[in-house]
Ligand binder design. Structure first.
Ligand SMILES: C[S@@+](CC[C@H](N)C(=O)[O-])C[C@H]1O[C@@H](n2cnc3c(N)ncnc32)[C@H](O)[C@@H]1O
Length: 204
């Protein structure tokens, strides 16, 4: 296992990304092409910045990436990348969402690698992760453009199926993705939703 960690850690350093987590997005992108040139992307829990850097490169100079995180820090995107805006704060706070809305009300792709501060208590860690993931879905229901894509980290556990079944109602295609770069012992998985059915919510 350590060898795998070292491999992705070293690869990230070599490729100029601050975290190995970049490959959890790259693997999904290579298989499902969720990010397209020109897309406007909202990255929730973006620090230290690997996903934002990767997304900004993938969508290119015509695109936009807005990143939000509790932690602040400079994020330097690569050349030929989209414009990047960082917002410092808590995404569960409605005032923070207003700041996102001021920049843009609709995004083509919403990604979240947010994780709660883990306590070692599996049940409570999973419940906190679900609170964040449900928040990401709520934000998507408001801010994701029709046909938009969604990629969100969740800790698997007792209520995961209910969460996944809820996400399924809003997308043409959904998958549970466990990237190779995600540690086997980690309970994290990523819920992918492609082809947002914007009308579903208002029909309910
Ligand atoms: C695993 S890191 C993200 C790594 C990032 N995707 C990258 O590739 O560099 C998870 C981040 O989620 C952030 N986070 C957790 N809860 C949050 C919240 N309620 N609002 C905003 N950010 C949050 C944490 O501060 C942390 O930086």
């Amino acid at each position: 296992m350590k060898e795998v960690q070292d491999f992705y850690f070293k690869k990230a350093k070599k490729e100029g990304y601050p975290a190995r987590s970049v490959y959890k997005l790259e693997e999904a992108q290579q298989k499902y092409h969720l990010l397209k040139p020109g897309n406007k992307v909202l990255d929730l829990g973006c620090q230290p910045g690997s996903w934002s850097m990767y997304a900004a490169k993938a969508v290119g100079p015509g695109g936009l990436v807005v990143g939000v995180d509790l932690t602040s820090g400079a994020i330097q995107t690569k050349v030929n990348s989209a414009k990047f805006n960082f917002l410092h704060g808590d995404i569960t706070d409605e005032l923070m969402l207003d700041k996102v809305r001021e920049i843009r009300g609709e995004f083509d792709v919403i990604i979240s690698d947010m994780a709660p501060r883990t306590t070692g208590n599996k049940w409570s860690d999973q419940q906190h992760s679900l609170i964040l993931s449900r928040r990401v879905l709520e934000i998507a229901l408001e801010m994701l453009a029709p046909q938009g894509n969604f990629y969100c980290k969740v800790f698997e556990g007792a209520d995961f199926k209910e969460y996944f079944d809820t996400v399924r109602r809003y997308f043409k295609m959904t998958k549970v993705v466990k990237p190779k770069s995600s540690r086997n012992e980690s309970r994290e998985v990523f819920v992918l939703g492609m082809g947002f059915k914007k009308t579903t919510q208002s029909e309910e």
